[in-house]
Design a protein around this ligand. Structure first.
Ligand SMILES: NC(=O)c1ccc[n+]([C@@H]2O[C@H](COP(=O)([O-])OP(=O)(O)OC[C@H]3O[C@@H](n4cnc5c(N)ncnc54)[C@H](O)[C@@H]3O)[C@@H](O)[C@H]2O)c1
Length: 246
């Protein structure tokens, strides 16, 4: 797909990887709408990115935002499902006085923001792509944790679900000219990574990575534009992790 001139929607694009992806697509000539629930970070978007305030877990809000984008731009060619939230909780924690097992409500909450959201937004966008016969490209931001990660039952399950939906949609939607791929970042030097992991864990990760460093947000953004641009990549889950999993 020609990225120049395409209309793109990037969820969770007001900061972190989403912002890097949105800025990269805009630099390649796309018109980019950034959807996020954080009004404060949305208000500080770099020039050229269009803000859309919405919660990706709320189907009605998402449908209304997609309708608004179509009214303004007449089509929507690219969807990047990036909104999500890293969540860590041990399945068993003997030290927790409130209960030793992973809390079910928190499990559900992580699934809602990391998995249901991808279903909700993709459903609203694909409906329009199919009805209008425009085709399109969908990229889901997965994670290295999709393979199972100690201390991340909910997040790992959600991202594994994202990978499964990616392949399912690649199979189902190809007949309408819609491709669906995932990009699975490893450990990227973002504020959320620094916040989620201790310095010693980060050092261990770097030492275990063949390239001996964390990834850059720009490297994830480049992988996203790569799977959008190549018209024969469909159903791929592209690892961007410096070789950590090989
Ligand atoms: N940072 C990493 O190293 C890393 C690694 C692997 C995967 N990921 C994935 O990449 C994506 C982005 O991660 P990040 O590190 O940039 O996170 P981040 O927390 O910095 O940014 C996430 C963005 O999503 C938005 N968001 C969260 N919930 C939302 C909701 N319900 N509705 C609308 N917007 C919402 C937030 O406001 C924020 O702007 C996530 O899906 C994450 O799981 C990140």
């Amino acid at each position: 797909m020609e990225i120049e001139g395409a209309i793109a929607l990037v969820t969770g694009g007001a900061q972190g990887l989403g912002l890097a992806i949105a800025a990269h697509l805009a630099a390649l000539g796309a018109r980019v709408v950034v959807a996020d629930h954080n009004a404060e970070t949305l208000s500080r978007l770099p020039e050229g990115l269009e803000p859309a305030r919405l919660d990706v877990t709320q189907p009605a809000e998402v449908k209304a935002a997609v309708a608004e984008i179509l009214a303004r731009h007449e089509r929507l060619d690219i969807l990047v499902n990036n909104a999500g939230s890293i969540y860590s909780e041990a399945f068993v924690n003997l030290m927790n006085p409130a209960g030793i097992m992973h809390d079910y409500e928190r499990f559900r909450r992580s699934l809602t923001v990391n998995l249901d959201s991808v279903f909700i937004v993709t459903s609203a966008v694909v409906e329009q792509m199919v009805r209008r016969r425009t085709g399109g490209a969908i990229v889901n931001i997965s994670s290295i944790s999709a393979g199972g990660n100690e201390g991340q039952t909910a997040y790992a399950a959600a991202k594994a679900g994202v990978n499964a939906m990616t392949v399912t949609w690649a199979k189902e939607l190809g007949r309408w000219g819609i491709r669906c791929n995932a990009v699975a970042p490893g450990f990227i030097a973002t504020v959320s990574t620094q916040g989620a992991l201790t310095a010693s864990v980060l050092k261990h990760i770097q030492d275990s990575t063949p390239l001996r460093r964390l990834g850059e947000a720009s490297e994830v953004a480049q992988a996203v534009s790569c799977v959008i641009a190549n018209d024969f990549i469909n159903g791929a889950v592209l690892n961007v992790n410096g070789g950590l999993t090989i």
